[in-house]
Design a protein around this ligand. Structure first.
Ligand code: FCB
Length: 424
């Protein structure tokens, strides 16, 4: 099939995603406290990372200052051809103390949502993208079953305030990743390494999703409510029965279980994908594969595979994250193009994919790695906060506007993605 034949379904959503902690700045939550904690700083010092990247790299601080600059960013997103945007609400701003909602912050997010709409961007709003108010952390976070009820109450207030303006809701971001990294691998706050805590947190997150879904369903009958799941493309070598078995188990536990347990409470599935993972004895060394700045192997066809793997749930699918750290924007043009070809193939094979939200709109605070990995379609100068779209942002713009790949890659298109980098 020629690139110019690649046409996406009518009404497809195109855009990019962010998360509050990674872009807003000025926060006070479990992460900001963890970032500045003596234990964390000592770990960074010991591992030589402070020497390598500087201490500021690891402090979310003012981040991209999106709290202040959101309207400019949405305007830019619109100029870049987007018709949708994903962002998260910061629970610690909205409910800084248990049961006390901060109306000023609700007014802030109302403005954010309106600014998105005013720029023609359909908002996909995440209720929880990993950070906790301090009072929730202090009661044990998601290890404590009480947090489920607290989250439901928060959801109720959010639905009441923003229900009229938002149609697409994501209750939780990547609960699978959160549980494993914070409670089993111990690399993110609260840095626990406990299989029991891991299972407990996962169970509570399933229940939290159910509770939030029930609230939304009751209060906002017209809303579409889902969650963003981290999907990995597991692969085993042919004729490797052990690999085959591991793949089955991994698909069941990692890719399928949270969704299967929530299947009655999902109007759609949000799909985040970054990885392809070989399993089994025959997995060997992958032949040389392009890697992102973080060293993650880039397999643009993995998104297609995970989308097809979710087909049997018979739910609409929205890609809620897909992207790469690439400061020089060397691989992003290729990656976007190839990934979208795969998305289109998944659609042609019966997956009901209705949108693609690239990670990320802006360079941001990449959790424990800090600021150095550059995921943005738009580069941020952290000294001046100046926003500069990378060439790939213009290439993506042409795809978004045309709802086809052809304008970006057809005969008249620019294969380097540079031609239109200056203008609109
Ligand atoms: C995902 C997270 C997102 C971002 C990307 C790179 O797992 O949901 O916040 O950090 O990875």
């Amino acid at each position: 099939m020629k690139d110019k034949d690649i046409i996406f379904p009518k009404g497809f959503f195109w855009g990019a995603a962010t998360a509050a902690h990674q872009v807003e700045g000025g926060l006070k939550n479990d992460w900001t406290e963890w970032e500045a904690s003596p234990k964390r700083l000592a770990e960074l010092e010991r591992s030589g990372l402070i020497k390598k990247y500087g201490k500021d790299n690891f402090m979310s601080g003012r981040a991209a200052d999106q709290y202040r600059l959101f309207a400019d960013d949405f305007k830019l997103a619109r100029e870049l051809g987007h018709n949708a945007t994903r962002f998260s609400l910061e629970w610690s701003r909205l409910e800084p103390e248990e049961g006390r909602f901060n109306e000023k912050e609700f007014a802030h997010y109302r403005e954010v949502i309106r600014a998105a709409r005013a720029n023609g961007l359909e908002p996909f709003v995440t209720l929880w993208h990993w950070t906790l108010p301090l009072w929730v952390r202090d009661q044990g976070g998601w290890q404590n079953g009480k947090t489920i009820g607290d989250f439901a109450r928060f959801t109720e207030k959010v639905a009441l305030e923003f229900g009229a303006d938002v149609q697409f809701w994501l209750t939780l971001n990547e609960p699978e990743v959160y549980a494993i990294e914070s409670y089993l691998q111990g690399i993110r706050p609260p840095q626990k390494r406990s299989p029991l805590a891991y299972l407990r947190v996962l169970r509570h997150l399933v229940l939290a999703h159910h509770a939030a879904y029930a609230v939304m369903r009751q209060m906002l009958p017209g809303a579409q409510v889902g969650l963003a799941s981290h999907q990995i493309h597991f692969v085993s070598a042919p004729h490797d029965p052990i690999g085959w078995l591991i793949k089955k188990l991994a698909d069941w536990w990692w890719n399928g279980r949270f969704i299967a347990k929530s299947a009655d409470c999902l109007d759609f599935i949000g799909v985040n994908n970054y990885f392809r993972m070989p399993v089994g004895i025959g997995r060997g060394n992958a032949p040389s594969v392009p890697k992102s700045d973080l060293g993650w192997e880039l397999h643009p066809d993995s998104l297609k595979s995970v989308l097809l793997g979710l087909k049997h749930f018979k739910k609409p699918l929205y890609v809620t994250e897909s992207g790469l750290a690439d400061a020089e924007d060397k691989l992003r043009p290729w990656f976007i193009r190839e990934t979208l070809k795969g998305v289109h193939q998944a659609i042609a094979s019966g997956a009901e994919v209705r949108g693609y939200l690239h990670w990320s709109l802006l360079d941001n605070f990449e959790w424990e790695s800090g600021f150095w990995p550059r995921f943005g379609l738009i580069a941020i100068d952290h000294k001046t906060l100046k926003r500069t779209p990378r060439p790939s942002a213009f290439l993506y713009r042409d795809i978004c506007r045309a709802n086809e790949l052809k304008n970006a890659f057809g005969e008249d298109g620019d294969r380097d993605g540079n031609a239109s980098a200056g203008g609109n």
